[in-house]
Design a protein around this ligand. Sequence first.
Ligand SMILES: NC(=O)c1ccc[n+]([C@@H]2O[C@H](COP(=O)([O-])OP(=O)(O)OC[C@H]3O[C@@H](n4cnc5c(N)ncnc54)[C@H](O)[C@@H]3O)[C@@H](O)[C@H]2O)c1
Length: 364
Amino acid sequence: MTDTLRCAIVGTGAIARLHAEAVAAYPHAELVAATDLSRASADAFAERHGIPAVYDDLDSLLAAEHPDVVLICTPPGAHPAQTLAAFAAGAHVIVEKPPAPSLDELQQMTEAATAAGRELAVVFQQRTGTAAAHVKRLLDAGAFGRPLVAQCQTLWYRGADYFAVPWRGKWETEGGGTTLGHAIHQIDLLAFLLGDWTRVEGRLWRLDRETQTEDVSTATIVFDGGVVAQMVSSTLSPREVSTVRIDTEKATITVDHLYGHGHENWRITPAPHIDDAEAATWALPEAEERSGHEPLLREVFDALRSGSPLPPVADSPARSIEIVAAVYASADADGAVITPADLAAHPTHRTSFASAVIDLRPSR
Ligand SMILES: NC(=O)c1ccc[n+]([C@@H]2O[C@H](COP(=O)([O-])OP(=O)(O)OC[C@H]3O[C@@H](n4cnc5c(N)ncnc54)[C@H](O)[C@@H]3O)[C@@H](O)[C@H]2O)c1
């Protein structure tokens, strides 16, 4: 059991704060250093979070500090090289979603983790929280009967200011549009609950925003056991909601939230033939923890300290990005069916998600 995990953070923009707070909340971890392309940003971040050392780049940070864990909070295009550098320096990696801008790069990252004997954890924090754990336990135990049909909605609103950030909205730097950047959270939660996928048919749309990537996507995802899910992702939706809904033989399970969920966001509705006594066995536990970075990093830190495998909230780093890649590959083939075997040997979409977007904007 390692005593205190010495953590370093690369990328001190918006999401980094949640990492710093999660480290501060964990009794056996500390932030020892930070770096960012912008020295001013790294200095201000270090000052705010009491981080003792700031470096101009990741290589000098790694050489000087030899951290146990590197928290990667940079844009997706930077994740692969930074992850490989961290493994080469002997650190574990916790990388923000999406872990990589391509499947081949993610594979290199997972292979490097194995070669270095280190862990690669990806931040998909929607899997965390006591409600998701409870529902997963009941689904896995068959308590709800067979899952049949599902909805996966990411209806968000992102205006022109959001896309004005230079790396956003471009295949080259963001890797994908709303499917990769936003929907991946709900897709990941759905796949956490339902397991492996068997086929995907998808479409990408550009309905309004000035982006190269899609501002809306739609897809049908089929999971193992024959669960059919409809996915929609949008950056154009003024009443924002993130929804996962699963209809099983015995119940409808829904979670309606925006960026995180507590018990109040979940609802389990029994089918008409289920009696009250059986439905009562599905009640959410009394103790509640909301989803978030804090429980995710805590569970990963616990595993790293004890040398156990990554917990379910951080395992299968490739599953949801493969579903996303399949949406892109399908859209690029005019909505054709993509299976895991198609994706494993795909001639283009293993290296880039750049795909055909159907542009329906009125000419301006
Ligand atoms: N888990 C979540 O809920 C969630 C939410 C928002 C963003 N994210 C993810 O977090 C990552 C960062 O997003 P953000 O919103 O914080 O972006 P941001 O633009 O606010 O911050 C990124 C920071 O990284 C720095 N940077 C860029 N390239 C770098 C490099 N090569 N080396 C060092 N620093 C570099 C930038 O200067 C900037 O300070 C993305 O992968 C994004 O998808 C996750």
